[in-house]
Design a protein. Sequence first.
Length: 149
Amino acid sequence: YVGTKTNEGLLKFLKESPVKDVGSLPIVIAEGKSVYEAIVTLFLEDVGTIYVVKDSYLSGVISRKDLLKTSIGNKDLNTIPVEMVMTRLSHIVYVNEDDSIYEAISKILTYEIDSLPIVTAHDVNKLEVVGRFTKTNISRLLMEFANGN
Ligand code: ADP
């Protein structure tokens, strides 16, 4: 099928639809909570990535691997705060709510990550987390497109 996989309708949809229309609800945890609590949240909410917030603005990202890494060789996960193991704001790749789905997919591929926070920017460092865009969202979009929904 190489060379035949072009679809103008799909491309137009991906470039013209805002990512906020297809994202999922974000799962967040506050700075100061422990790695243990983050792991419990991961299981209870059935997600792979949790966003860390401080004063309700995005401050970090914690993925499965971050939690696994910390769990090896650390006895008391209750005493380690999430901010010690998270990826910090300056390194976070995110999308603004009005950015296109196309842009979000490009970022996921470029940075080789599973999910992106969808934010409303109130100021440079004041990013309110309003959603999350994941590889699951991409799979679902593709199936809906294939099935004509
Ligand atoms: P997993 O840990 O399950 O493989 P990822 O590939 O998404 O999940 O995460 C790999 C690393 O990238 C982790 O250290 C995580 O904190 C970081 N990371 C995840 N999402 C983002 C993001 N949106 N921006 C920057 N770093 C991220």
